[in-house]
Design a protein around this ligand. Structure first.
Ligand code: SF4
Length: 688
């Protein structure tokens, strides 16, 4: 029976798995011992193969006819796409067509999409759903270290650290096998501190759980640094030798004395002092953030505050210590390195850098001046669709913005205003359902490629079998569109050939893959970037020899607390926060169709504390409305004492009247342009 060693199609942990079988309905998932998962898988990984032969799998292109979609041949569907692109660009210019990618796409696809947008379509409008996921940590990482790699150390370091501070992360539900490292850390006598407004499964494992008011993490970080300075825990030699900007940060955090921060955040002074001591006295310590830290209108500054704390304690670059960020989507890391971001060329180069443009243009065989300039971020791009000076067509690959973008009703209106919406997907997602053309594409077990996991480790995804008849890979779709558009630019169908080109394009950039090839990945259980040459060992631990800044020093950035864009008031007395549950993944287009996952988590809900529930006469299981200034969600109440009385929580995996993003805010971080998913003002109403 055929068998292949590969990785899970879902989150950034990229657990190792073996696929066995290949015939219809016969693919079996076996857990594989890989450094990230040590033989473990979560429910999502175990059931991933069910989608391969799912009855709702798309195997025929669809085109819009009136209010419905009807089957079409590839020739007709691609003809409609190419005809639309030609007509719209002739009438409105190159920027009339936009591309929207995804953080789950392989490195090869992310690279090909960026090349297709810039060199074939000639549009500046390309961005992707990773903007919703990790862009604030990316921006803060570049600001401090000169480079953005989620974890600049191997995941295994978690198991050995004396102290781990997890901020806005819930791996017990989002990536359960990672908890093996936390268990190892606990068994070795280490301390785990979790910062989260909810008492999550992860928080329950912690030595200490801080439950701040949503949107106040930055003040906690500044208070911890304040205490670290006062109590003599900062590493003065490290600060002097390896950093710049500490004095200004010291002046700012002087204003964050613990009693003030207790009033601001609700976190007791005694707990702040305990955390400062645990971190300060630890021989090795890790500060790790995730979406709870980032998805705010001050997300970049909030991550900077946590990095400041880590730098002051002398952690980054020290063996077993450091600062890192847990990436969410499967290729959240690689997906933001190779050119599907609005301001970026492959290798994490800036598109406005003349040297980068000349290098990438030479790899693509085009003139540097022919490459467009920076576009706009995902929310801003979606907001411009169909407007007089915005794109008239959108091509979506590996994304479901109708579900995943904030203020989703407005997104639906903007998509409806387009002349042409094209979606490549393997199920009829909520975005595909409103498209003009739907192109059925291959799944993870049907194509080869590479993924870069949350550690910056480049992995091989391997095909077990061919795509079903009628289905094409994303690369084949992009290559065929390129051919039909008559472009002289070559876009390869073969993923290994694409990777070879990506290596050349990334050479010399911050995310340098030049020394990585597929054979080497196979032989070494993955290779960590930067890896500039075949003889280079790769870089599991970054910053041991200094930082990727012009002077080699890490940069402190002084940051102040700011209130969320929407504060609570009499009409909207709760903070609403959103997130994930164990058995579902992101927009839910895949996992909602898996029977076991649907049974485990069949629908959305709103978590509410017993005190406000009693005051509003709401009982557990009762259908209620969560209302914000942008819309309404109708879901059953889940009355729990694991959430703050001033906070509501709704998971974002379900569509229709349960769609959490109908109510979320599209306020953006000024640096990363990431939306404020994690806090908006809301009220709770009973349904008559
Ligand atoms: Fe897949 Fe993530 Fe679950 Fe691992 S933790 S099995 S990578 S979804």
């Amino acid at each position: 029976m055929p068998e292949v060693a590969t990785h899970c199609p879902y989150c950034a942990l990229q657990c190792g798995m073996t696929l066995r079988g290949g015939g219809t309905g016969s693919v079996e998932v076996l857990a594989r011992d890989f450094p990230t998962n040590r033989g473990g898988l979560c429910q999502k990984g175990w059931t991933a193969a069910e989608l391969l032969d799912h009855p709702e799998r798309l195997t025929t292109p669809l085109v819009r006819q009136g209010s419905g979609l009807r089957p079409a041949t590839w020739d007709e569907a691609l003809g409609r796409v190419v005809g639309g692109i030609r007509e719209l660009q002739a009438r409105y210019g190159r920027d009339a067509v936009a591309v929207f990618g995804g953080g789950g796409l392989t490195n090869e696809k992310a690279y090909a999409l960026g090349k297709f947008a810039r060199a074939v379509l000639g549009t500046r409008f390309i961005d992707y759903n990773g903007r919703f996921c990790m862009s604030s940590a990316a921006a803060a990482g570049i600001r401090a270290f000169g480079v953005d790699r989620g974890l600049p150390f191997p995941l295994a370091d978690l198991g050995h650290a004396d102290a781990v501070l997890l901020v806005g992360a819930n791996p017990a539900e989002t990536m359960p096998p990672l908890c093996r490292y936390l268990a190892e850390q606990r068994d070795r006598g280490g301390h785990l501190v979790v910062v989260d407004p909810r008492s999550t499964l992860t928080a329950k494992r912690a030595t200490l759980h801080l439950a701040p008011t949503p949107g106040t993490d930055l003040a906690i970080a500044n208070a911890l640094l304040h205490l670290a300075i006062v109590d003599g825990y900062v590493d003065r030699d490290y600060i002097a030798d390896q950093t710049t900007g500490f004095d200004e940060v010291g002046r700012v955090v002087a204003g964050y004395w613990p009693e003030r921060v207790e009033r601001l955040t609700g976190v007791p002074v005694a707990d702040l002092r305990t955390v400062a001591r645990l971190l300060g006295e630890a021989r090795t310590a890790l500060v790790v953030t995730a979406r709870g830290t980032e998805q705010h209108a001050n997300g970049t500054d909030t991550v900077s505050a946590w990095i400041n704390l880590a730098l002051a304690l002398g952690l980054p670059g020290r063996p077993g210590s450091g600062y890192g960020c847990l990436t969410g989507q499967g290729n959240g890391q690689g997906g933001r390195e190779h050119g599907q971001k609005a301001d970026q060329l492959p290798g994490y180069r800036r598109i406005d850098d003349p040297v980068a443009r000349a290098h990438v243009a030479s790899v693509w065989g085009v003139e540097p001046d022919s490459l467009p300039g920076p576009g706009v971020s995902a929310v801003e791009l979606l907001d411009r669709l169909g407007t007089p000076d915005g794109p008239r067509a959108l091509l979506v690959f590996g994304s479901n913005p109708v579900m995943s973008a904030p203020r989703a009703r407005r997104v639906e209106r903007r998509l409806a205003a387009l002349d042409l919406l094209v979606v490549a997907d393997f199920v009829l997602s909520e975005t595909a359902a409103v498209a003009d053309v739907v192109l059925p594409t291959a799944q993870w077990a049907e194509e080869d490629g590479t993924i870069t996991n949350l550690e910056g480790r480049v992995l091989r995804r391997r095909a077990l079998r061919e795509p079903p008849p009628g289905v094409r890979t994303d690369l084949a779709v992009v290559a065929e569109l390129t051919r039909r558009l008559g472009s002289p630019v070559a876009v390869a169908v073969d993923p290994e050939e694409t990777f070879a080109e990506l290596r050349r394009a990334s050479a010399g950039g911050p995310a340098d893959y030049a020394g990585i090839d597929w054979t080497r990945i196979d032989a070494e259980d993955g290779v960590y970037w930067p890896c500039p040459a075949p003889e280079h060992p790769g870089t599991p631990r970054m910053f041991a020899e200094g930082f990727a800044t012009p002077d080699g020093r890490a940069r402190f950035v002084a940051v102040e607390h700011r209130d969320p864009v929407e504060e609570r008031d009499a009409a909207y007395p709760f903070y609403l926060t959103t997130g994930r549950v164990l058995a579902q993944y992101q927009s839910g287009a895949q996992t909602r169709r898996v029977a076991a996952l649907h049974r485990a988590a069949p629908g959305a809900f709103v978590e509410v504390h017993p005190d406000p529930a009693a005051a509003l006469s709401i009982s557990d299981g009762q259908l209620v409305r969560v209302v914000s200034r942008r819309g309404v969600v109708e879901v059953p109440a889940r009355v729990v004492d694991t959430i703050r009385p001033d906070t509501l929580f709704v998971p974002f995996h379900w569509p229709g009247t349960a769609r959490a993003n109908s109510v979320t805010s599209d306020a953006l971080d000024p640096v990363s342009r990431m939306p404020e998913f994690k806090v908006c003002a809301a009220r709770l109403e009973t349904v008559p």
